[in-house]
Design a protein around this ligand. Structure first.
Ligand SMILES: Nc1ncnc2c1ncn2[C@@H]1O[C@H](COP(=O)(O)OP(=O)(O)O)[C@@H](O)[C@H]1O
Ligand SMILES: [Mg+2]
Length: 242
């Protein structure tokens, strides 16, 4: 059975694209065939974060407008594939054809990860509409959590059947202890969604994922992404906050 997950947030910079890449590598390490779909039209980044930018010529927008074959837009390395987002928000495409394309991906891949833009533009609706779970990203601080809460409300209103789970990103324990950050309970209360995991703040994220490489297996952030991936697949994994 395939799994289709949208990564959304109220604010930009919450870590949707980083988490999309981290989860993609985690699912691949579990032997799954994964396709990531960048839905951040005009501001794509997953081609960089997944190390495909040199090979990128066509996007899923080109597929939808019949400007290229599906195989020409599909970027693949081992069990990991990517469809990049169109560069220009003005590019016209048919959302019904996008839905058909997503249905095809679900038939051919084990996991589909949809990296949404910040806020609620077209790419948000495309990602949420094609998902069976939404991960709402929030950093453990008040502004990010308020934006994530508005995202949860938007999802509940427009996609009442879609489960929304909170993924707390960039937890830095010392800042929580110092009262700068919210703690996990406060973040859950502020966002109003069930927690699926906590990703620590780690400099190695910038040194690896931001440069198109997977995290080292033993990095706490890599372990945290793995636990989230396992939970998404229905495994009962204890919550661990590194
Ligand atoms: N857990 C983390 N630890 C350290 N840096 C992170 C972490 N998650 C994200 N970042 C950094 O935060 C920035 C924004 O992340 P990004 O994934 O692009 O956010 P979004 O897609 O939500 O706009 C990037 O520079 C990224 O490297
Ligand atoms: Mg992004």
């Amino acid at each position: 059975m395939s799994l289709s997950v949208a990564l959304v947030s109220g604010k930009g910079g919450a870590g949707k694209s980083t988490a999309s890449a981290g989860l993609a590598h985690a699912f691949v390490s579990m032997g799954k065939r994964v396709i990531a779909v960048d839905c951040d039209i005009g501001l794509r980044s997953l081609d960089l974060l997944l190390g495909f930018s040199r090979d990128l010529v066509f996007t899923w927008g080109d597929v939808l407008r019949n400007c290229c074959k599906f195989s020409q837009a599909l970027l693949t390395r081992g069990n990991l594939s990517l469809l990049a987002a169109p560069l220009f928000p003005t590019e016209a495409f048919d959302t019904v054809v996008f839905e058909l394309l997503m249905r095809r991906l679900r038939e051919e891949w084990d996991v589909v990860l949809l990296d949404a833009p910040a806020g609620f533009p077209t790419g948000f609706s495309l990602a949420a509409g094609a998902a069976d779970t939404a991960l709402v990203l929030s950093q453990p601080e008040a502004v990010s959590a308020r934006a994530a809460a508005s995202c949860v409300r938007e999802l509940h209103g427009a996609y009442p059947e879609l489960p929304a789970r909170l993924l707390v990103n960039r937890l830095y324990k010392r800042r929580v202890q110092g009262g700068v950050f919210l703690n996990i309970d406060e973040t859950i209360d502020a966002v109003g969604a069930q927690l699926i995991g906590v990703i620590p703040e780690e400099p190695v994220v910038a040194d690896t994922i931001s440069r198109g490489q997977p995290l080292p297996d033993d990095a706490p952030a890599a372990q945290a992404f793995l636990r989230v991936a396992q939970r998404l697949l229905g495994e009962n994994i204890l919550l661990k906050v590194d």
